[in-house]
Design a protein around this ligand. Structure first.
Ligand code: GLU
Length: 432
């Protein structure tokens, strides 16, 4: 990290400088822009600019071929000022400490924007989950839990699913953690199977949140949803549920994609058929015949009303931003838009609902799951969904209001919304 990142009121780096930004530097670039507009006091900025705790572990795992392989694992706690830290765990070949650090910081802002009494954290393991057997993944997940037994805890740090993890991995963590602690501890993670204390509505929550934010933004900018079209990049947990939810509100989803390709159908993609295809084809859309095959770039630059990037980070570069024709972008993924694209999209009048608002439905229902675990009393799905929608609508309103108040875009408006809450919490906590 360069020294210039430590100046709160430094001018945002020029777009040239953005080109080589790491993910955490990209977080800081936005942080610095918002801190300058809001005039965030230097002491608060200095505290928030760095994570509170970073844990790195090496995990030996017995592979199916009888050889031991050592994997790198991370858990980075960005903050615990609003409550215990919260955030997912991702598995992937390119997982590294810079990425996990960026994602941990976003969790702090995401929880604050959504109005949750939680701080931010993220975890990850550098591995290739697609090439590993279920047994190898289970042993890896249990090793990681053992290594993090003093980091995790229902009142300390509460993981959840993220890329390439889901309820199966969460179930292994609950089991391992409960055995180690010699007591049933469902509240140590969220995103569990419902039979192990998970919440109804959690799996679809991030997609549901994307839908609520799409509708709220459409109302503000005057798009008639019944005549509108959407393209969704990514067909994992976030993208597939987002597409289904948008469709349920009469928005025509004309394009979907996954890492094997993108598919376009101007009449609307048959989403149930796409889901069935995915199930029957090793969880991919490869060979899907419900639409014409197009490139990833073609999907991102389609003439649609709404674009939902719900795949990986850094998908919308400056070059792509120049070609985007959507009126509204709702960021289902974390960090899909590069820093230098922000200004281009803003100048083109494209409204971007930023990740820390747009995909906060997942952690909001995670919070409800944690509350239900504490109560030992479980809610009906309608109750979960209704509460979720209220939280999301309130968060959207606050971010919209702050972006107008501070004459900035929704991304920086979201950071400012979070700053207001974090500044208060830090002041109440007092001096050290
Ligand atoms: N991994 C999700 C996210 O990035 C969910 C985190 C959680 O539920 O704690 O928001």
């Amino acid at each position: 990290m360069t020294k210039s990142n430590h100046q709160t009121t430094a001018n945002p780096p020029s777009s040239e400088a953005h080109k080589s930004l790491s993910m955490y530097e990209a977080v800081l670039a936005r942080f610095n822009q918002a801190a300058e507009i809001y005039n965030l006091p230097t002491d608060i900025a200095d505290i928030l600019r760095v994570p509170q705790k970073q844990v790195k572990v090496n995990l030996p795992v017995m592979m199916d071929n009888g050889k031991v392989q050592v994997f790198e694992g991370y858990r980075i706690i960005h903050s615990t000022y609003l409550g215990p830290s919260k955030g997912g765990i991702r598995y992937g070949l390119d997982v590294n400490d810079d990425e996990v650090k960026a994602l941990a910081a976003w969790m702090t802002y995401k929880c604050a924007v959504a109005g949750l009494p939680l701080g931010g954290a993220k975890g990850g393991i550098t591995c290739d989950p697609r090439s590993m057997s279920v047994g190898e993944l289970e042993r890896l997940t249990r090793q990681y839990t053992l290594a993090m037994v003093d980091v995790f805890g229902p009142n300390l740090d509460i993981p959840a699913p993220d890329m390439n993890t889901g309820k199966r991995e969460m179930a292994w963590i609950v089991d391992e953690y409960s055995k180690l602690k010699r007591e049933s501890t469902p509240g140590v993670v969220t995103g569990k199977p419902v039979t192990l204390g998970g919440s109804k509505g959690r799996e679809s929550a991030t997609g549901r949140g994307v839908m609520i934010h799409t509708l709220e933004a459409m109302k503000k900018i005057g798009i008639d949803r019944k005549k509108s079209t959407a393209a969704v990049q990514g067909f994992g947990n976030v993208g597939s549920f987002a597409a289904k939810m948008l469709h349920s509100k009469n928005i025509t989803v004309v394009a979907i994609s996954d890492y094997t390709g993108a598919y376009y159908n101007e009449k609307g993609i048959d989403l149930d058929r796409a889901l069935q295809h995915q199930k029957a084809h090793k969880n991919t859309l490869e060979g899907f015949t419900g639409g014409d095959k197009i490139s990833n770039e073609e999907l991102l630059t389609l003439e649609v009303d709404v674009l939902v990037p719900a795949a990986l980070q850094n998908q919308i570069s400056a070059e792509i931003a120049h070609k985007i024709k959507a009126k509204l972008i709702v960021e289902g993924a974390n960090g899909p838009t590069e820093v230098e694209a922000d200004e281009i999209l803003h100048d083109k009048g494209i409204i971007v609902v930023p990740d820390i608002l747009a995909n906060s439905g997942g952690v909001t229902v995670s919070y409800f799951e944690w509350v239900q675990n504490k109560q030992g009393f479980y809610w009906q799905e309608d109750e979960v969904n209704n509460r979720h929608d209220t939280y999301m609508q309130q968060a959207f309103e606050q971010v919209w209001y702050n972006s107008k108040q501070y004459k900035t875009n929704l991304r920086l408006g979201a950071y400012i919304t979070a700053f207001k809450k974090l500044e208060k919490a830090l002041r109440y906590r007092g001096n050290y």
